[in-house]
Design a protein. Structure first.
Length: 149
């Protein structure tokens, strides 16, 4: 399971003509699921995202996590996070899980974050979404439950 985590001042997801979800200050998480992923991957990444210290303290050092700053998390399912673009010019998505497995683990990831005390908003699973964000920093962190990077 992989995540692209961005520190944001605000972010929103639009589906069609309406806003499906939005947050203020917090984290925008693009989540990608692989076929071999399971609950241990969800627990690892949810814990990592929940406790990721990428918000500034009073000395402007990145020492605070999303809950400590009263932030929110917007989780967007993005199978493209699992793409492999090492060969050729067109990415391969063979390493992305099927929609049923991906949705189950996506929901589990969101639930684990909520249980950890974070306000979570969701994108629209399997929908074409327009995602807007105002990145803060910009701070972008790549996470992989297999610890590949």
């Amino acid at each position: 399971m992989r995540a692209v985590v961005q520190r944001v001042l605000g972010s929103s997801v639009t589906v069609g003509e309406g806003v499906a979800s939005s947050i203020g200050r917090g984290l925008l998480v693009y989540l990608g699921v692989a076929p071999e992923d399971g609950e241990p991957d969800c627990r690892y990444l949810a814990d990592k995202v929940r406790h990721l210290r990428i918000f500034p303290d009073s000395n402007r050092l990145m020492n605070l996590d999303v809950a400590q700053v009263g932030g929110e998390v917007l989780v967007v399912s993005a199978f493209t996070v699992q793409c492999d673009a090492r060969r050729g010019r067109r990415p391969s998505f063979d390493t992305a899980a099927g929609p049923e497995q991906a949705e189950e683990l996506y929901e589990s990831f969101c639930r684990l974050l909520e249980e950890a005390g974070v306000l979570v908003r969701r994108g629209a699973f399997r929908e074409y979404m327009k995602v807007e964000s105002t990145n803060d920093g910009p701070i972008c962190v790549l996470l992989d439950s297999g610890r590949l990077f």
